[in-house]
Design a protein around this ligand. Structure first.
Ligand code: PLP
Length: 409
């Protein structure tokens, strides 16, 4: 380990309130395209993209220049004044999606909080402040963020039970089970919150049939369909937005991760009547949508749209999946699930952490979920050669891990 890294780790251990466990022992200083460079100058191929953030890779010149130019002019000013980058990014999102209006936040969790607030206040204004129409149906295994309310919406006990008492008004059903969804609907439900593809729990897409039924139920029973597109948005699934992949439109959807090219930004997008839910003073933010974040967002989104990068995501996702299935003697892989470049490789051995570590030894960065799932979320700019390089690294990593895994067993 180089001296600089040693010093950083020492400072981190002493001063950083660690919620991330034993971090991988590396510190990146620089990035270019799909590569990251550590304190020793070693190059890594980034197939995790900051958990689906760096859609354009690192150091994209259009994004970097937009940030530089905006930083020199104005980094922040209050939302009490008009803001050109904010207005332009709002227009770009609305002109390229089903949204009529947007509101900017700083993160995915915050955008989701805004979406839930909008749904509740919309029905209070529609039916009176004492309306019982204020509960949400969410999915088991979903992930919506780390605030108390988004953790409550999240369908995984480990993220919320330590923080009880939780926010009232949430119930959970299984993904793609239409009967369960229908049974959960009653007159108290104001919204159904869905990720088009569940990401954090290991890449589980909604079926088109399920999404269509959810849309119908919302129309029939006067509920709002809310899509959490924090991870699926901006090209990741092989469409610009995940709802396009499912062939229906939500009333509200949220964005974050890839929107800012790495600069923190979240966005609540609303369509039709629900845009009238918030009146001045009902919601707000200090930083959300500031000039710097919106200039970065505009440059990133415009580049992704101009280059139609979702098409590359679709193509490369298919190549990665076929390559992994194509490895001879592939008994270590149970299944590959993917939507565009949201890929999960489910191993048949509970050694995902070990395979991830072996890939790291080969200077490939990926993520893992639980014991047996590898999460692969490369930048949307990868080439066919990058997919082959990943396949070869994966094959070697699995071979190594299988050797000692079977010895251990
Ligand atoms: C679908 C989804 N929603 C919400 C979040 C929370 O976003 P943030 O970490 O920016 O608050 C995430 C983060 O992984 C996510 O994947």
């Amino acid at each position: 380990m180089d001296k600089k890294l040693e010093q950083i780790i020492e400072l981190d251990k002493k001063y950083y309130l660690n919620t991330f466990g034993a971090r991988t022992p590396v510190c990146f200083e620089r990035g270019e395209g799909i590569y990251l460079y550590d304190t020793a100058g070693e190059r890594y191929t980034d197939f995790f993209a900051g958990i689906a953030v760096n859609a354009l890779g690192h150091g994209n010149p259009v994004v970097v220049n937009a940030i530089k130019e905006q930083a020199e002019k104005l980094i922040h000013c209050s939302n009490l004044y008009y803001n050109e980058p904010q207005a332009k990014l709002a227009e770009l999102i609305c002109e390229n999606s089903c949204a009529d209006k947007v509101f900017f936040a700083n993160s995915g969790a915050e955008a989701n909080e805004g979406a839930m607030k909008l749904a509740r206040i919309y029905y209070k204004k529609k039916y009176g402040k004492d309306t019982k129409k204020n509960t949400f149906i969410c999915l088991n295994k979903s992930f919506h963020g780390r605030t108390i309310t988004t953790a409550t919406a999240t369908g995984q006990d480990k993220y919320k039970l330590p923080y009880a008492p939780l926010t009232p008004g949430f119930k959970h059903v299984d993904i793609n089970d239409i009967a369960q969804l229908e049974n959960a609907v009653d007159e108290t439900v104001c919204g159904i919150i869905l990720e088009p593809v569940q990401g954090e729990s290991g890449v589980y897409p909604l079926t088109q049939e399920y999404a269509k039924r959810a849309r119908e139920l919302c129309d029939e029973k006067d509920m709002l369909l809310i899509f959490d597109e924090v991870q699926t948005g901006i090209g990741r699934t092989g469409r610009l937005f995940g709802y396009e992949y499912l062939g229906i439109e939500p009333d509200i959807f949220t964005l974050a991760k890839a929107l800012g090219g790495g600069v923190p930004i979240g966005c609540l997008c609303a369509k039709g009547d629900v845009t009238r839910g918030f009146d001045p003073g009902d919601h707000g933010t200090t930083f959300g949508g500031n000039p710097l974040a919106c200039a970065a967002g505009y440059a990133s989104l415009k580049t992704i749209i101009d280059q139609r990068l979702w098409e590359n995501a679709e193509k490369m996702g298919n190549i990665i999946t076929n390559n992994i299935y194509g490895i001879y003697d592939n008994s270590a892989v149970r299944e590959v699930r993917h939507a565009g470049l949201m890929v999960a490789i489910e191993l048949s051995i509970p050694y995902a952490a070990e395979v991830k570590k072996e890939l790291f030894e080969q200077k490939f960065l990926v993520g893992s979920v639980g014991d047996s799932i590898l999460r692969v979320l490369p930048p949307l700019i990868i080439t066919e050669q990058d997919c082959w390089d990943f396949r070869n690294a994966f094959k070697l990593a699995v071979r190594k891990v299988s050797t000692y895994a079977y010895k251990k067993d």
